[in-house]
Write a protein that binds this ligand. Structure first.
Ligand SMILES: O=C(O)CCC(=O)C(=O)O
Ligand SMILES: [Fe+2]
Length: 531
């Protein structure tokens, strides 16, 4: 600032000062504009979350049971809040962070991946999902172009171009119908779409999209380079003249409705295949997840039965349990109503404060390692018999029903599956007997599994047996039981099983794994490997 004593004396000086005022007004206008924009962004965010609170509060089970709602909710608290945080005074932010719990960025990507897993497993149409039409019973809000773009971004950063293509296409469609295009730049969408499209092997279409970018922004550096790159690939291909002519026609087309592209020539259809790690077992697993219940051949069906079991055990004499055989080989037994709602609530309340993202135990270092979301995703906690009479009672009940000793059984593992939460096909027993990590626990291999269902699941979340063809729909208060090992100690490969992703609802289970040691007199060994 420059203050001179004689400035007020001459009009020349005053005119000069007017420039100061003009400059000041301009700067303040810029400042105000930025400040209004900042406040506007904060206000928009507040409105979004207030709307969310209005819908979720008092209605939590139903609201968060919808995977789109859960995904958006986590997104608001993880990434969106992160962006708003940058617009606020540091003191304010510090205070918030120490007061409240926030989901992490991994929670955000995990829920996005979960949503895409649901899409694949249950063959959900991307447009329907993006329009909030999950099922006739469960609707959610229509996703904005930006929200579709963000989902595509998660896929993109994961190298998953299959889903990138779907969600960027969806973002583009939504952008066309949105009134204010301020939230997301069309070029950003096209840029990702072009890349994913080319990665999925559709160079002609990638070129068409790149040309579209250049009509909007002729100076777009990457698009300029990519155009040359795609053109070179196409030129170097050995194409017939007709194919080349078609390619040129197509690449000039501004119709970017890729998925609907119709061509009689197979080589010009848009390719969007799932990656190579999608193999046969995955297919049968997903197929079983979509199936409703176990479909058995009538000869097997006729061998299955229901009965009351009491084993002459004092525990069960007065109140025998309802036993239903669901599968023949492996013999999977289902026990109805073995645990009351109030006991379930007690177990959940004990587990809740201990729940953490599932980890895998690395037996060589005896440390717990985070797991790959693609293999399983749920939260779990361990509860011991000493933690509550309810847990001890459940152990005694399992012992009475199965006739197996609980001396070497593991603690009760509680698992809670959220959005798209699942567990890919696996064995509960350990395979390499010599280097058997479980035998290092001196309890032997996991002879049997007891799986208690502590919730119903609205849709999805079944326990399936891909090799045996079993599909168990979770039933609150019931439990499944099966032997993982033959009496010889050999693993029964037909016990391979998985937890299908939860489509709608919330899944709670309690697992008890029973080990070999201690069962010598209860389930004597056999020399026949298949008994
Ligand atoms: O949750 C389920 O349905 C199965 C869980 C399971 O297989 C396991 O935890 O080992
Ligand atoms: Fe399992």
């Amino acid at each position: 600032m420059c203050i001179q004593s004689d400035v007020f004396t001459s009009t020349t000086h005053l005119s000069h000062l007017l420039n100061t005022e003009i400059g000041l007004a301009k700067q303040l206008d810029i400042y105000l504009k930025e400040e209004y924009e900042r406040l506007d962004q904060i206000e928009k965010f507040v409105n979004v979350i207030k709307d969310e609170i209005r819908q979720a509060q008092g209605n939590e089970e139903y609201y968060f049971g919808n995977p789109v709602n859960s995904y958006l909710f986590i997104k608001h608290l993880a990434t969106d809040w992160n962006n708003i945080e940058k617009l606020l005074p540091t003191d304010f932010v510090k205070n918030m962070g120490s007061k409240w719990l926030f989901p992490t960025f991994e929670d955000y990507t995990g829920s996005a991946i979960g949503l895409m897993r649901l899409q694949d497993t249950y063959e959900l149409n991307t447009s329907q999902l993006a329009n909030g039409e999950l099922s006739s019973k469960f609707k959610s809000k229509r996703l904005s172009a930006l929200e579709c773009y963000d989902l595509g971004r998660v896929a993109y950063t994961n190298g998953d171009f299959y889903h990138t293509l779907m969600w960027m296409q969806e973002a583009l469609d939504h952008l066309d119908t949105e009134m204010n295009h301020t939230s997301i730049n069309k070029i950003d969408i096209l840029d990702h779409l072009a890349y994913a499209t080319s990665q999925q092997g559709n160079v002609e279409h990638a070129l068409a999209i790149t040309k579209e970018i250049l009509t909007i922004a002729p100076d777009h550096f990457r698009a300029q380079n990519n155009k040359v790159y795609y053109e070179t690939i196409i030129k170097n291909r050995t194409l017939t003249n007709k194919q080349r002519r078609d390619a040129i026609d197509k690449s000039n087309s501004t119709n970017l409705k890729l998925i609907q592209t119709t061509s009689s020539d197979e080589s010009y259809k848009i390719n969007n295949k799932r990656s190579d790690d999608y193999f046969d077992e995955q297919e049968s697993y997903e197929h079983l997840c979509r199936q409703n219940g176990t479909r058995l051949h009538p000869t097997y069906q006729s061998k299955l039965f229901c009965r009351y079991r009491h084993n002459n055990h004092p525990y069960l004499i007065l109140q025998p349990v309802k036993e239903e055989q669901l599968l023949h080989q492996p013999a999977i037994l289902f026990y109805h109503d073995i645990i009351s709602d109030s006991d379930i609530e007690k177990i959940k309340s004990l587990a809740l404060p201990k729940l953490q993202r599932a980890v895998v135990r690395d037996f060589t270092t005896d440390t717990f390692q985070p797991v790959d979301y693609r293999i399983f995703s749920y939260f779990s906690a361990w509860l011991r018999n000493e933690d509550s009479p309810v847990i001890a009672r459940l152990s005694r009940l399992i012992e009475a029903i199965t006739n197996l000793s609980m001396i070497t059984a593991e603690d009760l593992q509680i698992a809670n599956y959220g959005v798209g939460g699942h567990y890919e096909p696996h064995f509960d027993f350990s395979r390499r007997r010599e280097k058997d990590p479980l035998s290092r626990l001196s309890a032997g291999n996991r002879i049997a599994t007891w799986l208690t269902y502590m919730s119903d699941v609205e849709e999805g979340g079944a326990t399936v047996f891909p090799l045996a063809g079993g599909h168990l729909k979770p039933k609150k208060g019931g439990a499944a039981f099966w032997y993982n090992l033959y009496a010889s100690g050999e693993g029964d490969y037909n016990t391979r099983h998985a937890a299908c992703p939860v489509l709608i609802g919330n899944k709670w289970v309690a697992n008890k794994w029973i080990h070999e040691r201690g069962q010598e007199f209860r389930r004597p060994c056999s020399l026949n490997p298949m008994v």
